[in-house]
Design a protein around this ligand. Structure first.
Ligand code: NDP
Length: 299
């Protein structure tokens, strides 16, 4: 792979976490404020357990407080809502993240709706979604979902201004595709959102200066779907069987082949993935500043 085509999300995320750590230290020194992130895990999903552990470790490493709440798989919706209410009212907690997916007896939407929008560091509450789509700025600017926020940071770092570029987002989930499209509109891109019903997806993708793949299908995006020189952001995290029966993680893009055509591309792993937790820390810092009436730092 040609190194200069690789968008190194791992290195960028490490730099971002360092900047967050410095800002957290400054907040403590100047305002006596230590941002706190509460992460709630219901049940024993092994992938979720790993995510939650990593979030807690990186929160502490950035000099912020981490509160972990592990609840048994049979937890009722009311019990979880009671905990969310407690966290909403706890001044030491500036950000609340309820790890998804939740067990079947709990309605995800009810839980997301219950989180104080000012502490909704996942950016999933309808108030934050609405503010993102209306382009609200200043003190009531939204908290933006972490994965698309990470993608837009990588894009701006690589390309500078995104104004006027054609962007195609494949995927329309509330977690990635839709907020990604909103962020690209905010950057003055011309945005197309494609999904499973899109006709002639390869042709749609080929029109993209920026191609964001958030589908969940290993290697679906082929080299001939990519406009020469385009910037490709691969959000996909897919576990596939590798050599010797060992599993490995691949993205939604056929990366090796795409490298020959794309101008720049995020690898999987080491691209978008590490940005998600770094952006969670950034959102926690932002939320803490806003709750304290302090201008959040530009990271
Ligand atoms: P969802 O399953 O919620 O959404 C997938 C989207 O892809 C849907 O909009 C679906 O269309 C579309 N799609 C599915 N099949 C096709 C197809 N054949 N052609 C075109 N579009 C298709 O997934 P998420 O948005 O939550 O996640 C997407 C990927 O990103 C996953 O691999 C996930 O693991 C990864 N991810 C990575 C994160 C990170 O890096 N930290 C964080 C979050 C997700 P339709 O709406 O029509 O069904």
């Amino acid at each position: 792979m040609s190194e200069d085509k690789i968008i190194d999300g791992k290195a960028f995320a490490a730099g971002l976490r360092e900047r967050i750590g410095r800002e957290a230290a400054r907040l403590k020194a100047e305002h006596g404020l230590v941002p706190g992130l509460a992460v709630v895990l219901v049940g024993e999903n092994p992938a979720s357990q790993v995510y939650v552990r990593n979030k807690a470790r990186q929160t502490a490493e950035a000099g912020m407080r981490s509160f972990e709440h592990k609840l048994p798989p049979e937890t009722s919706q009311d019990e979880l809502l009671n905990l969310v209410e407690k966290l909403n009212n706890d001044p030491a907690v500036n950000g609340i993240l309820v790890q998804l997916p939740l067990p079947d007896q709990i309605a995800e939407q009810a839980v997301i709706d219950a989180i104080d929008p000012a502490k909704d560091v996942d950016g999933f509450h309808v108030i934050n979604v609405g503010r993102l789509s209306t382009g609200t700025t200043g003190a009531s600017a939204p908290l933006v979902p972490c994965t698309p926020l990470g993608c837009i940071m990588l894009l701006k770092n690589r390309l500078g201004s995104l104004s006027g570029l054609n962007a195609v987002v494949i995927g329309r989930s509330n977690i990635v595709g839709k907020p990604m499209a909103q962020l690209l509109i905010k950057e003055s891109c011309t945005v197309t959102v494609a999904h499973s019903r899109t006709r002639d997806l390869p042709a749609v993708a080929r029109a993209a200066d920026i191609l964001v793949a958030a589908v969940g299908r290993p290697g679906m995006i082929k080299a001939d779907w990519i406009k020469p020189g385009a910037t490709v952001i691969d959000v996909g995290i897919n576990r596939v069987e590798g050599e010797g029966g060992k599993s490995r993680i691949v993205g939604d893009v056929d990366t090796q082949a795409a490298m020959a055509v794309a101008g720049a591309i995020t690898p999987v792993p080491g691209g978008v993935g590490p940005m998600t937790i770094a952006c969670l820390l950034a959102n926690t810092l932002t939320a803490a500043c806003r709750q304290a009436g302090i201008e959040p730092p530009v990271l």
